[in-house]
Design a protein around this ligand. Structure first.
Ligand code: ZN
Length: 504
């Protein structure tokens, strides 16, 4: 019998089958992070290597080009943002990216980043940047080579790297928005930390981990994470993964000596999970039911963690319930809880930073990696440049490279162009919250009552349901009516700093 499937059917079926393989890999990875027996890791690595090879073959299958060519020429008037148009546009984009790089370069990068991570672990442990520098030098050189092949000389090199995580974002735009943010944040942090009080936080104490588990799950359910299509587990480095159209896994980590880190981790990962639960599942396995970008993904986690979870209305609602699990909070006021949870401090370590200083940590990394890619900075000069920027923006300088330039894994893993997506996520989250607040006639009043469904519905309607139908910055502009801007984030952070100054 002749094959009667259209090229579009073939293309979509192939893409959905690739997604089946990828979700199988995701399941194996989830399992690896939730209690794989020690001796099972080698066979698991073989399983994952086989699957990732199969996925790569499918993504670069020459038939993809024929199907795409046929689809593109069969209907030239097709709306590129319709579901079918989105599939063709995004699959073409991903395909070209995969086939444009010669296998030799892909292998070289894989080798360099594997060596890089090993060298980084040792260098961080021994505070020895010099031993890591040659590896990082190789990585930067290879990523520049990769970027040159991808841009074809048509755009700045850094744009090609950024584009892998934030489709369509241009370094010029990001640089401008980040400069505005930096100019607002530096003096803001200065005023926040001046004469900051050192009274002990309510968080200094013992918080029973079983109670944290129950309480965090209860909060995740209340804000709208659907446990009939998902679950919450524990792991060393919290993350979120999707294993199927109705199977979303979030993972966190609880500390007996911290009340908030487990809970905020759950709010963060639930935000990621609710984003993916909001995709149009008829299109599961295609770009229509995929995340618009890392920045948009992060905007969803940060919105629930920071804009909601660290706000006064949230604690007015939440604190009376929290006392059922933690009787030691009986005498804690909402005002004091919110002040303690939002304390602004100068810090050297990104992942320990508060919401206000966090973005400066990111801006420093963005500026430095941009200079590296644009050949304006040599790898060997990184530690000094790092220290100078920390001094200028945050008023502190790391005493060692371990707590400075060696603290993050990203560059050793070849992830250049990735850091800005964290701050883009923060910027988007504040823009979205402001727009939802306007459309819903006040989100605070809803949160104070524990009514989260209207906010979630708003996000479903304006962000989740679109998947990759629009590029991230266009999606944010459609949802909020405004181009990307740091103004809503700065206003939000200013309110935090004013609270801190009031309480001193
Ligand atoms: Zn995240």
């Amino acid at each position: 019998m002749p094959n009667t499937n259209s090229p579009l059917d073939e293309l979509l079926e192939h893409t959905r089958e690739t997604a089946l393989l990828e979700s199988t890999m995701a399941l194996l990875e989830w399992d690896e992070h939730t209690g794989l027996p020690e001796q099972a890791s080698e066979y698991r690595a073989q399983q994952l290597m086989l699957l990732s090879g199969l996925v790569h073959q499918r993504r670069t299958d020459p038939r993809m080009r024929e199907w795409l060519d046929d689809c593109e020429s069969s209907d030239k008037s097709r709306d590129p943002n319709s579901p079918v148009g989105t599939c063709i546009r995004c699959i073409r984009r991903d395909y070209e990216r995969h086939v444009r790089l010669p296998e030799s370069l892909v292998k070289e990068i894989a080798h360099a980043t594997s060596m890089g991570q090993q060298a980084w672990v040792k260098a961080k442990r021994e505070n020895d940047f010099a031993s890591f520098a040659p590896r990082l030098h190789d990585i930067v050189r290879l990523r520049r080579e990769e970027a040159a092949l991808l841009t074809d000389g048509k755009a700045p090199l850094y744009d090609a790297l950024l584009d892998q995580y934030e489709e369509g974002a241009e370094s010029g735009t990001v640089r401008k928005v980040f400069e505005d943010l930096r100019e607002a944040l530096v003096p803001l942090i200065q005023s926040a930390v001046q004469g900051s009080s050192s009274h002990p936080s309510f968080q200094d104490g013992d918080f029973d981990v079983d109670s944290q588990r129950e309480f965090s799950r209860w909060v995740a359910e209340k804000i709208g994470f659907d446990f009939s299509r998902g679950r919450l587990d524990e792991t060393e480095h919290p993350f979120c993964t999707t294993l199927g159209p109705h199977d979303h896994r979030i993972l966190t980590r609880y500390h007996p000596d911290s009340f908030s880190s487990g809970l905020l981790g759950v709010l963060h990962e639930a935000g990621h999970g609710m984003y993916e639960q909001g995709f149009d599942m008829d299109w599961f396995g295609t770009p229509v039911a995929s995340a618009a970008s890392l920045g948009v993904h992060e905007s969803q986690s940060r919105l629930w963690e920071n804009l909601v979870g660290l706000s006064e209305p949230f604690w007015e609602w939440c604190l009376p319930s929290a006392r059922k699990w933690f009787p030691q909070l009986n005498s804690l006021s909402v005002d004091r809880a919110v002040t303690d949870l939002n304390r602004v401090r100068r810090s050297l370590i990104r992942i320990e930073a508060d919401e206000v200083t966090y973005n400066l940590h990111i801006l420093i990394r963005f500026e430095l990696e941009l200079e590296l890619i644009e050949n304006r900075l040599e790898v060997q000069d990184l530690p000094v440049a790092w220290g100078d920027k920390y001094q200028a923006y945050l008023g502190i300088r790391p005493g060692t490279d371990t707590e400075g330039v060696l603290q993050d894994v990203h560059w050793s893993a070849g992830l250049i162009g990735y850091f800005p997506t964290y701050t883009l996520g923060n910027i988007y989250s504040a823009q979205l919250f402001e727009a939802a607040d306007r459309d819903l006639g006040g989100v605070d009043a809803l949160v104070r009552q524990g009514e989260f469904a209207p906010l979630l519905e708003w996000l479903r309607k304006h962000i989740h349901g679109y998947g990759r139908r629009y590029e991230p910055m266009a999606l944010i502009e459609r949802a909020t009516g405004q181009p990307i801007s740091s103004v809503p984030l700065v206003k939000h952070l200013q309110r935090k700093v004013e609270r801190q100054i009031r309480s001193n």
